[in-house]
Structures are given as structure tokens and as C-alpha cells.
Design a protein around this ligand. Structure first.
Ligand code: ADP
Length: 487
């Protein structure tokens, strides 16, 4: 089998820039595709947040000061390259300070629409100058969803891409990149307007995700359940009709986990490593974690935790309804790490104020702490309204931190309902999105935790699960091969 040429475009790639699971998936997929012997080249913006001194980066000499023409203005970029850590894959970072030095990865600035069209065009122009026609352009979320459109329009003349196929992976349909259709003018796209979703144009909108969903050769998303859910009005965020129409070209591939990064036996962030055979280290991590939050350690008291973006998607509205009651009535402790909506940050600050012995909150983004929380907690709470895949529940399984999840998306595909009668399953799964159901699951977990032997078996079943990328990456390779017609 010849190696495939895969051009992978993402707005976040671990370890360079991350706000969520997209970054983990991009980094891991890049690494494992490279390990499998494919020619994978990854592209992303060079944000000012990226610590360039930390990586061996250098300018690509034939990719300097390239100018993109728009309507009445030009944008110039240069490409900087480095290796994806622990791999031989090349990462190309688009250096354009005017657009990418904004202090954060995403913005609400007036030119957000331009920032990610420049990414897409810079990828195509870089491939042209490399003389590299990828077998597959693999796009991710709305930030690169315009690539299939550009290949079929502005760059259609270039035979280099005549055999290139496109994939768009949906990591979260809730974010679509919707802008006013008056942006068509500055982007110089009026002559191609007939290739864009016409209903949106009639409503004066330009929707990057929708455009990609219509024009990509194949659409994938990050779990089987989510692939089904997004074809319904409840989960489709308005895209359900297109996804139903394109259901023959829509595939769910559940995300893998990079166990080189997330493994309690080797985790560099943990003082005490542990495994399912030697669990003592987990309790030591718990003590240390509680201490770092100024919470008292008491043997036998379960520690619940959350690591998350603080958004309504993650189920914080139903948690809000019961949080104080739970803290009042149960002998448990709770730690939250997250940043996002002020409303939920306030809630957690208040919980900490009213229950200083029971509740700890770290507001912010802290990767080493996220590992320590996974290791030191007993129960991980993920009551998401929707969850395309979700990674923390999979990390939790590996760390013996039993997950409470709502039965949706990837949560449904990765956590198996714990049934006390048959002593089977890996977590506490509830179906309906309301606070009573969540309370039921918390109570069920709390009660089960009191039975130490049962609990240990439950933990160990989770720790034995395998969601490694080695398995999942083959599914992408099969798909690429199918697309380019070699299988
Ligand atoms: P999403 O992509 O919707 O945010 P996922 O569960 O797929 O959710 O991925 C979230 C990733 O981001 C996980 O790796 C999680 O550990 C990490 N993460 C989320 N919030 C924080 C935070 N405040 N600090 C550190 N890591 C975080």
C-alpha cells in the first residue's frame, strides 16, 4: 500500500494551541497517521499564544511573504514549520500577525470571517508552492470548512488538486461560523455565490460549516451516536436537513485517546503513578489534590470533579439546580476546573464560599492540574446536553475515576451503564436532560461508592477499556483509501 498524502487543517493542534478536544484529536491523529507511514502535513495559524521558543521552528524559505488578494486589500503571510512532537510529521504554521496575534485563538472581532478564510487559502497556496497535491484534504469544524468551496471555485483551475478529495469532520455542530453575506464583497466571492447555500444568502447569511457540509466529499463526526443525533432537529442546530440528505456520506468515528499523554502509570504530571493492579498511588494523589485546594482529606469521602469549558452545552444549568442541595445533603467533596461563562463561574465561586470544606474551584485553563484532577478524583461528572465525543470521560475511565454521564453522543458510545445486579458496566449513565435524573445518577454513584469491593471492580473495568488511537486511526485510513479509490 502506498503512503497516503494527507493535508490536515485545524485551528487547534496539541501541544501548540488548545481550547478543547479538537486540539487533542488533531495532534493525536497527526502523530498516529505519521506512525502508520503516511505523508501527513498539518496546518494551523501561528497564534501569538504559541511559545515559538519551545519548539524548533523555522521559516520555510519558499513560503515567505505570500500575498493573497482580496477585494481592495491584500493579506501577506509566511509559513513557519516544525515537527509535531514525538513524531516525524511536519506542522506548518501560518504566520500573519495582523490576523492571528489577538491574544486568543478565537475572537468576536469584525474580521473573524477573514481569519479563517486566510487559513484555508494559505493552506492551498502552500500546497501549490510545495508542488504537493494531497490525496485528501482533511478539514475540521467551521474554521477550515470553506476549503472544499475554494477548491471547487477559486482554485478549480489548478490540476494539482484534480484528484484531491475532501473530508470535513464535525467536532461540534454548535459552532458554525456564521457571518453576514455582505462579507462576500471583501472576500471577492460574488461570482461564486451560486455555489453557496442559497437559503442563507436570501437571509443575508454566510455559513461556513453549512457550505462545507454541502461540498465536502465525505462528512465525519466523532461518534456514532452523534452522527445519528445531528440528523435530528434537537441536535442538528439547523443542519439536520442537509445531514439527512447527505447521510450516505456521513460517518461516525469515535475519537481515540493518546495514552502516551493520558496514562496514570506514566503521567508526568502525577507525583504518584498507579495502575489497576497498584491503586495506592491514586489515594495519595487524592490527598495531594485536596490539599492544593485547601480541602480536608477524610478517608471514605468520595471526591467528585469536573474539568470543562463552562458553557451551557456541558450541562451546568441542570447542575446549577441541584448543586447546593447535593453539597448540603451528602458527605462528599467536589472540585471544578474550568473557564467560560461568568454565570457558571459565579455559581462555583459561591459554592466554594458556602461550602469551604467541600467545594473547590479553579477558574482558568490548567493542563497539569487537569491531569491531577483526573488522577485524584473518584467520580467525574459530565452531564452534557450534547457531547459530540467528549474526552474527559474516556480519560476518567483510564484513571479509575468513574464517570457520571448523560446518554448522548460520544458519552453514550464510550461509557456503559453500571448495573449493580449483574455487576457490569463502567459508569453511571442517565438518559433525560433534567436535574432530577442527574441527582439520581449522583446518588447512585454516591451509594455505590460506599461498597468498596464493588467500587474497585467498577474502577478496574473502566481502567481496562481501550480507546487508543492505534485502533481508531485505522478507520480514518480505511476511509481515506476508500475515498481515493484504493480499497
Ligand atoms: P470540548 O472539546 O467540547 O471542550 P472534550 O471533552 O472533547 O470537550 O475535550 C476537552 C479537552 O479540554 C479535554 O482534554 C479537557 O481535559 C480539556 N480542558 C477543558 N477545560 C480545561 C481546563 N479548564 N483546563 C485544562 N484542560 C481543560
Amino acid at each position: 500500500m502506498d503512503p497516503l498524502k494527507i493535508c490536515f487543517i485545524s485551528s487547534e493542534i496539541v501541544p501548540f494551541a488548545k481550547t478543547g478536544g479538537l486540539a487533542d484529536v488533531s495532534g493525536a491523529l497527526g502523530k498516529y497517521l505519521d506512525q502508520a507511514g503516511h505523508d501527513v502535513r498539518l496546518f494551523m495559524p501561528l497564534y501569538d499564544k504559541i511559545d515559538t521558543d519551545k519548539y524548533d521552528m523555522h521559516v520555510v524559505d519558499f513560503l515567505q511573504n505570500i500575498t493573497l488578494n482580496f477585494n481592495g486589500f491584500d493579506i501577506t503571510f509566511t509559513v513557519v514549520t516544525t515537527k509535531l512532537p514525538d513524531s516525524n510529521a511536519d506542522v506548518y504554521l501560518i504566520h500573519c500577525p495582523d490576523l492571528y496575534h489577538r491574544g486568543s485563538i478565537y475572537t468576536e472581532d469584525h474580521d473573524e470571517y477573514l481569519r479563517f478564510v486566510v487559513l484555508v487559502r494559505a493552506v492551498i497556496e502552500s500546497c501549490q508552492r510545495m508542488g504537493w497535491g494531497p490525496d485528501v484534504f482533511h478539514c475540521n469544524d467551521w474554521q477550515s470548512a470553506m476549503l472544499p468551496f475554494y477548491l471547487k471555485t477559486v482554485y478549480q483551475w489548478d490540476d494539482l488538486f484534480a484528484n484531491s478529495r475532501t473530508i470535513l469532520t464535525i467536532h461540534n455542530i454548535g459552532y458554525q461560523g456564521i457571518f453576514g453575506s455582505d462579507r462576500l464583497g471583501p472576500l471577492n466571492l460574488q461570482e461564486w455565490a451560486h455555489m453557496l447555500p442559497q437559503d442563507d444568502l436570501a437571509d443575508n447569511m454566510l455559513n461556513y460549516m453549512k457550505t462545507g457540509l454541502l461540498l465536502a466529499d465525505v462528512i465525519t463526526t466523532v461518534s456514532n451516536t452523534y452522527a445519528r443525533e445531528i440528523q435530528t432537529a434537537e441536535y442538528g442546530a439547523g443542519m439536520e436537513y442537509i445531514l439527512q440528505q447527505r447521510s450516505d456520506h456521513l460517518i461516525g468515528i469515535v475519537n481515540g485517546v493518546d495514552y502516551e499523554d493520558w496514562n496514570p502509570e506514566t503521567d508526568e504530571h502525577l507525583t504518584h503513578k498507579y495502575s489497576s493492579k497498584r491503586l495506592a498511588g491514586k489515594e495519595k494523589n487524592k490527598k495531594e489534590l485536596l490539599e492544593s485546594f485547601n480541602l480536608p482529606y477524610r478517608k471514605g469521602v468520595p471526591l467528585f470533579s469536573i474539568i470543562s469549558r463552562l458553557t451551557v452545552q456541558k450541562g451546568f444549568d441542570i447542575l446549577e439546580e441541584i448543586l447546593f442541595e447535593i453539597l448540603q445533603n451528602y458527605d462528599l467533596q467536589f472540585i471544578v476546573l474550568g473557564s467560560g461563562d461568568d454565570r457558571y463561574a459565579r455559581l462555583f465561586h459561591q459554592a466554594q464560599y458556602h461550602f469551604p470544606q467541600k467545594f473547590g474551584f479553579y477558574e482558568g485553563y490548567h493542563i497539569p492540574l487537569s491531569h491531577k484532577i483526573e488522577a485524584g478524583s473518584d467520580i467525574f461528572v459530565m452531564p452534557s446536553r450534547y457531547e459530540p465525543c467528549g474526552l474527559n470521560q474516556i480519560y476518567s475511565l483510564k484513571y479509575g475515576t468513574v464517570p457520571i454521564v448523560r446518554k448522548t453522543g460520544g458519552l453514550a458510545d464510550t461509557v456503559e451503564f453500571y448495573d449493580w445486579e449483574s455487576d457490569s458496566g463502567t459508569g453511571f449513565v442517565f438518559e433525560y436532560y433534567n436535574s432530577d435524573s442527574l441527582k439520581w445518577a449522583i446518588d447512585y454513584a454516591y451509594t455505590t461508592y460506599q461498597h468498596r469491593d464493588t467500587w474497585k471492580r467498577l474502577m478496574k473495568r473502566g481502567m481496562a477499556q481501550n480507546f487508543s488511537w492505534e485502533l481508531q486511526v485505522q478507520k480514518y485510513v480505511d476511509l481515506y483509501q476508500h475515498l481515493v479509490g484504493v480499497s
